[in-house]
Ligand binder design. Structure first.
Ligand code: GLU
Ligand code: MG
Length: 463
């Protein structure tokens, strides 16, 4: 697990020395198994950024961190820097410090290890714009109130041939053994590489879309869940390349077809007891649990700016594709943005909500941190959920036909909701919210007036 840490933490000499000693021991264990160590974080655009050191450099990286310019969070998806960003300066440097507790040795690509990093100022103060530190701080804030969260991202992807356009690499049918038989070598290698990287894979299945697959993993603390999301995408990308394929994790891969979601499963406990089961409310919800879920439902328009942060996200988020386009909740309803999954008699702790409207263009740290921040702010408000919805509100004759509230249908509307969210600003601080919102505005500008197929094509291979 990644240790919780409050915002504003200062990394002093004692911590630097302890990290260096830890790295020395780790380097001995890694000898012969990993020669290249990639320390990664995810920027505002959702791109994982990296500095690589040889194994011999691990101790120095752990002690002092690796230099990274703060301008990186002003990069946008076409690789350019947003000139309007307050971060667009050639000066300044941050230190990217590997979190050695979360280092994963990889079988694919062989010889590599991937470790998530946190960003600090040179004087050791945590950087207020560090998305992973934000998530760690939310975990710490929860624990100080006895509240913990477990989360897991579902990773969907489509496997294409190595071409600019998307040419599905496999046929066969969604959920079908026929697709598995075509893709058997590939899927076996994906599973083996994930397991060997220490990912607790729960299941893998062929999804509904063309050459689409999905991996689900065990729930973890929110920071580790985000680390795992980055790791899973990296490993799948590497195995795909080994097979001469390309994995698209983009929200929309083809015009007018289902896309890739990045659904986030979430549960909460207070003093070790589930807040989503064993209570006297609907479906066993406790009062605090219901209030948290109601708070999340209410905050979805703002959370969407973080969890569906690309113009292409809104080409995925349409009704009747199980993407969660409506601001509704319902037990086991795959058309609802909030799908409630009850505890089962065999697994009473399994109750969770699946936030379906999000996709994998999100920065997973910002998203897990923001979801936890909203839930914590809502826990004691005694908010009540509206009536749960079953069925697809877009279906003819549905009681809510034409009346169910859609989530924002553009990134611009979601960003406006984010900027108006007091809870998220209070938890994340002005710097994180304003630089993130600025980066989204640059993305909106880039996609303005572009037809859907161009927006999709530009984002198809971004990871
Ligand atoms: N691919 C769908 C999405 O865009 C989700 C399908 C499912 O329910 O897993 O989110
Ligand atoms: Mg799925």
């Amino acid at each position: 697990m990644s240790l919780p840490r409050p915002f504003g933490h200062v990394r002093g000499e004692q911590e630097r020395t302890a990290d260096a000693q830890r790295a020395e021991a780790l380097a001995r264990q890694l000898a012969g198994r990993a020669s290249s160590i990639a320390t990664a974080f995810v920027d505002h655009s959702g791109a994982a950024r990296v500095k690589v050191v040889p194994l011999s450099g691990l101790v120095r990286a752990a002690r002092s961190g690796l230099g990274f310019s703060p301008v990186i969070d002003a990069f946008i998806s076409d690789g350019s820097i947003d000139p309007a960003s307050e971060l667009d300066r050639p000066d300044g440097d941050l230190r990217l410090v590997p979190d050695l507790d979360r280092l994963a040795v990889l079988a694919e690509p062989p010889g590599w290890a991937l470790v998530p990093g946190d960003r600090f100022h040179q004087d050791g103060t945590a950087y207020a714009g560090c998305q992973r530190s934000f998530a760690r701080a939310q975990v710490a804030a929860g624990l100080s109130r006895g509240i913990s969260a477990l989360m897991a991202f579902e990773v969907e992807w489509m496997a294409g041939r190595d071409a600019d356009d998307f040419e599905p690499a496999f046929g066969g049918t969604g959920y079908g053994l026929s697709r598995v038989s075509q893709a058997a070598d590939y899927l076996r290698d994906v599973l083996a590489a994930l397991e060997s990287a220490g990912v607790a894979v729960e299941q893998l299945h062929p999804e509904y879309g063309p050459a689409q697959f999905e991996v689900s993993v065990a729930a973890q603390d929110p920071v580790s869940a985000a680390d795992t999301c980055v790791l899973v995408k990296f490993v799948i990308g590497a195995v795909s390349a080994r097979h001469g394929l390309r994995a698209s994790f983009a929200p929309a891969v083809l015009v007018g077809n289902v896309g890739n979601g990045g659904h986030l499963h979430v549960s909460f406990a207070r003093d070790g007891r589930s807040l989503l089961s064993g209570g006297s409310g609907r479906h066993g919800l406790t009062q605090a649990g219901e209030s948290m879920v109601a708070g999340l439902l209410d905050a979805l328009p703002a959370l969407l700016a973080i969890g569906a942060p690309s113009p292409a996200s809104y080409l995925r988020l349409v009704p009747s594709r199980w993407a969660g386009a409506y601001q509704i909740w319902g037990p086991e309803n795959r058309e609802a943005a909030v799908r409630f999954i009850s505890a089962s008699p065999s697994d009473p702790g399994a109750a969770n909500v699946e936030l379906k409207c999000f996709d994998l263009s999100a920065n997973p740290y910002l998203l897990t941190g923001a979801v936890l921040a909203v839930a914590l702010a809502s826990a004691d408000r005694d908010a009540r959920l509206p009536a749960g919805v079953s069925g697809d509100p877009a279906a003819p004759g549905h009681p809510l036909a034409g009346r169910a509230v859609r989530l924002p249908t553009t990134l611009a509307r979601a960003v406006a909701a984010l900027e108006a969210s007091h809870d998220l600003r209070a938890a994340a601080g002005d710097q994180l919210i304003s630089t993130f919102a600025a980066s989204r505005r640059a993305e909106i500008e880039l996609a303005a007036d572009q037809p859907g197929d161009v927006v999709i094509a530009r984002a198809r291979w971004l990871t």
